[in-house]
Design a protein around this ligand. Structure first.
Ligand SMILES: Nc1ncnc2c1ncn2[C@@H]1O[C@H](COP(=O)(O)OP(=O)(O)OP(=O)(O)O)[C@@H](O)[C@H]1O
Ligand SMILES: O=C(O)c1ccc[n+]([C@@H]2O[C@H](COP(=O)([O-])O)[C@@H](O)[C@H]2O)c1
Length: 206
C-alpha cells in the first residue's frame, strides 16, 4: 500500500470492543488522523478483549455494525480484520497485519485508560518496542496514565506527535496527543439503555 506521494501508507489502528461504538471513538479517530498525518484510521472491532468478560458483550456483527455507523469513509473505516485473521491478542494481530501489508506503517491508537492497562496486555513490551503508539486523553484517566507504569517504563521513547515519523528508531516511539476531552463511554451507553429498558418494562407492567 503506497500513498499518492510515494511514501508508505500510514494506518492508525483504533482497536476496541465497540460495545457499542460511539462519538468518542469518532472523535479520537479524527484527532489522530490529523495530528499524526495518517492516511486511514481503522476502527478495529475485537472478537473479544482477552481482559474483558464475555458476559454483556454484544455479538461481533452488532458491534461491527455500530462501528460502521460512526465511521467516516474513506479515511475512517470499520474493520473486521481481527475476526478475519482469527486473533484477539494485539501482538499477534500486528504481526499478521504486517505480513499482510508489508508496505504499510501502523500506529496503535489508545485512550488514556488503555495506556494504564497496557502492562496487562500479552507481550506488551514487544508491542511497544515494535509499534508506534498514540495515546489520547480521556476524562478521569489522563493524569494517572501519564504517571503510570507503561509511561514510566517507556519514558525514553516518548516523542511529540509531530515527531512520530522521524528517523528509524530501533525502539518505536509513542506520543501523547493533546485533544479536547470527549466524555462518551460504551459503559455509560449500556447503562442508559438498561435503565430505559427497565423503565419501559415497568410502564408496560403498570
Ligand atoms: N471518550 C473517549 N476518549 C478517549 N478515548 C476513548 C474514548 N472512548 C473510547 N476510547 C478509546 O477507544 C478504544 C476502544 O474503546 P472501547 O470500545 O472499549 O470503548 P469504551 O467506551 O472504553 O468501552 P467500555 O466503557 O465498555 O470499556 C480504547 O482505546 C479507549 O480508550
Ligand atoms: O493483546 C492483549 O493482551 C490485549 C488485552 C486487552 C486489550 N487488548 C486490545 O485493546 C484494545 C482496546 O480494547 P477495549 O476492550 O478496551 O476497547 C482492543 O483492540 C483489544 O483487543 C489487547
Amino acid at each position: 500500500m503506497i500513498a499518492g506521494d510515494g511514501r508508505h501508507v500510514r494506518i492508525g489502528l483504533l482497536g476496541g470492543s465497540f460495545n457499542p461504538a460511539h462519538a468518542g471513538h469518532a472523535h479520537v479517530a479524527r484527532v489522530a488522523l490529523a495530528a499524526l498525518r495518517l492516511d486511514q484510521v481503522w476502527l478495529m472491532v475485537s472478537p473479544g478483549n482477552p481482559l474483558k468478560p464475555a458476559r454483556g458483550m454484544a455479538p461481533f456483527a452488532e458491534r461491527l455494525a455500530s462501528a460502521r455507523a460512526v465511521a467516516a469513509p474513506p479515511r475512517i473505516l470499520a474493520s473486521d480484520a481481527e475476526a478475519r485473521l482469527g486473533t484477539r491478542l494485539t501482538w499477534k494481530t500486528l504481526k499478521l497485519l504486517r505480513r499482510r501489508y508489508p508496505r504499510a506503517e501502523f500506529v496503535l491508537i489508545v485512550g488514556a485508560d488503555n495506556l494504564t492497562q497496557l502492562p496487562r496486555w500479552n507481550r506488551w513490551r514487544e508491542i511497544a518496542s515494535g509499534t508506534r503508539l498514540a495515546v489520547l486523553p480521556r476524562p478521569g484517566y489522563t493524569r494517572a496514565a501519564l504517571h503510570g507504569r507503561a509511561a514510566s517504563v517507556l519514558r525514553r521513547h516518548r516523542r511529540a506527535p509531530g515527531a512520530m515519523w522521524a528517523g528509524r528508531p530501533a525502539h518505536k516511539p509513542w506520543a501523547f496527543v493533546p485533544a479536547r476531552l470527549h466524555a462518551a463511554s460504551a459503559t455509560a451507553i449500556r447503562s442508559a439503555r438498561w435503565h430505559s429498558a427497565l423503565v419501559s418494562g415497568s410502564n408496560a407492567a403498570s
